[in-house]
Design a protein. Structure first.
Length: 251
């Protein structure tokens, strides 16, 4: 297969494009992540302002996941928390909705997140620091929310602030996201141990039974992320955390 070259005979380089995805993009059997579904342009970087990228999904083999873009540290945190919830089926960012002001003039509001639950319910979220929920935003959001519900864009509209963040939920969401990459040998061993589990167990005991050290711990965290295991109490995930197998679990 011939290489593309420039006029000077040097090999042409494909420009970096974090939003591109496609099968066998690099010609080595690997796929890039799916592109962001944001409906407006988001800056890749900004001086003095947080922007970021999150690749979501359950990477297995060469599955590359879904790219999500965030424009603040608060959005980043809420993105991970929303993804970690067992009800979440799909989460997309910057979903546009056309609404009308009191003069009948149309505007487009971009909800920071549009979440679809497993039961089909759609929830539109606006993410703002608690100190910035008044002014123009506070005056217009009730009207936007009413129209979004009335016209079927979302079943519900909710506001997420820094005051609403649960530090335990955030810690666990970050941990689960960071350990989501599959390790087949450890995952198979963990599934086998969980299939024989009865009642409540401490993660440290499960890791000991898996017999693969830190890899076993990460496999247990992935089972919690997949909601195969449930926490007995609302606590940070750690070696002393008590867990139980979800009802109807099958290895």
């Amino acid at each position: 297969m011939a290489n593309n070259t420039t006029k000077k005979g040097t090999k042409a380089m494909r420009p970096a494009d974090p939003g591109y995805s496609g099968p066998n993009y690099f010609g080595n059997g690997l796929d890039l992540h799916l592109p962001s579904r944001a409906e407006r342009k988001i800056a890749r970087f900004s001086k003095g302002h947080f922007t970021g990228r999150i690749v979501t999904g359950d990477p297995k083999g060469n599955a590359a996941g879904q790219l999500m873009l965030v424009e603040s540290n608060l959005e980043f945190k809420w993105c991970l928390v929303l993804l970690a919830r067992p009800e979440t089926k799909d989460l997309r960012e910057q979903a546009g909705f056309e609404w009308y002001d009191i003069n009948g003039e149309m505007h487009t509001h971009y909800f920071d997140f549009l979440l679809t639950e497993r039961n089909g319910k759609r929830i539109a979220y606006a993410v703002r620091p608690a100190a910035r929920t008044r002014g123009r935003f506070g005056a217009t959001m009730p009207r936007i929310a009413h129209q979004a519900r009335q016209r079927g864009f979302a079943h519900d509209v909710r506001l997420l602030t820094d005051d609403d963040l649960d530090p335990v939920a955030l810690f666990n969401a970050k941990l689960m996201h960071g350990m989501r990459q599959s390790q087949p040998e450890a995952d198979i061993a963990a599934e086998r141990v969980i299939s024989e589990m009865t009642g409540i167990a401490v993660i440290e005991d499960l890791v000991r039974r898996i017999g693969m050290g830190a890899d076993g711990y990460r496999a247990v965290v992935r089972l919690i992320r997949r909601h195969r295991l449930r926490l007995l109490d609302h606590v940070r995930i750690g070696y002393q955390t008590a867990v139980y197998a979800a009802a109807g679990y099958r290895a």
